[in-house]
Design a protein around this ligand. Sequence first.
Ligand code: NAI
Ligand code: MG
Length: 358
Amino acid sequence: MNYNIAVIKGDGIGPEIVSEAMLVLEKIGEKFGHTFKFQEVLAGGCSIDANGIPLTDETIEICKNADSVLLGAVGGPKWDNVPSAKRPEKALLGLRAALGLFANIRPAMMYKALADACPIKKEIIGDGFDIVVCRELTGDVYFGNHYRKESDCGWGEMGCDDMNYSVYEVERIARRAFEMARVRSKKVTSVDKANVLETSRVWRETVTRIAAEYPDVELQHMYVDNAAMQLVHSPGQFDVLLTGNLFGDILSDEASMITGSIGMLPSASIGETGRGMYEPIHGSAPDIAGKGIANPIATILSCAMMLRYSFGLSAEADAIEQAVGKALDNGCRTADIASPGQTALSTSEMGQVIRDLI
Ligand code: NAI
Ligand code: MG
């Protein structure tokens, strides 16, 4: 089969890690008889430099016509003083909206070979950590009205961000979470702040109603403050964590740190159609950009998610994930996951090791 992939290398380490991931896809293509055609487009800071804006209509069109989108990362200190409406991150929000991507799927799993990097005590983490955060992406406070006004009580200017959730938005993300739980350990923990927020009360009622369609999946509700605490207190109780946009932003970063390295974790943003956007969870790492030392694994594993979720190629996805697992078992490490004194591989050396193992 032929697959068209729009590629946004982006800023900072983006080009270095995405190049390795593209070579991994080519290797999969050779082994399994697929052709991956890449079309590179600009978004984020590099698009600001070239076009004056972070996301052009041309980039949106190409991404819409592609079978999927592979993204490195966008942003960096160079664009910190750009007015907020034109910042590099606006490209991500714009693409998610244009492509109708409402579900952000972030697996956080700890590799046994990297157990020493886990900041949580062995007695607590037990034999491992393997959860998926299913975060809603198109609603919540990020997409409400943002404005300022004079406070009524003379306390000066006031910033306001409206938080909204509609039943429809909650239903579709809840179904994604329950479907995912069906092929895992059949438990969903839905996170909200229903003791305080009206949006959360709509969230909780809706999730409870949708749960009835999935009687084989256990549903637990948890307040977000408790969830933040439980993630480090007894992480083993979670499997699929279903959250809104804001709480998911925070909890998915917390969950990822439990695994020990931000350079290891992939993510998928998916919608109603098969098309998705796949990217590492980390940012553009400006502190190490251009040095050839970034860990390409998160981006490579994002390609595995693309193969599985958008193209239905599970064996191919497994081949990538197994090669990554073997590379780690063989002691291959980039600098971010190396133990003190251990020699670290460069970005391209790690990519090559993984391709050889495929
Ligand atoms: P970051 O994730 O870029 O970096 C945090 C730390 O992790 C840094 O020390 C970095 O060197 C390290 N790191 C990240 N990825 C790594 C990798 N693959 N290999 C080895 N080390 C890695 O987060 P930070 O510093 O908060 O943000 C930097 C820029 O990236 C900002 O402009 C931010 O807005 C942007 N960003 C973009 C995202 C995206 O495009 N989706 C997501 C998060 C941040
Ligand atoms: Mg975040």
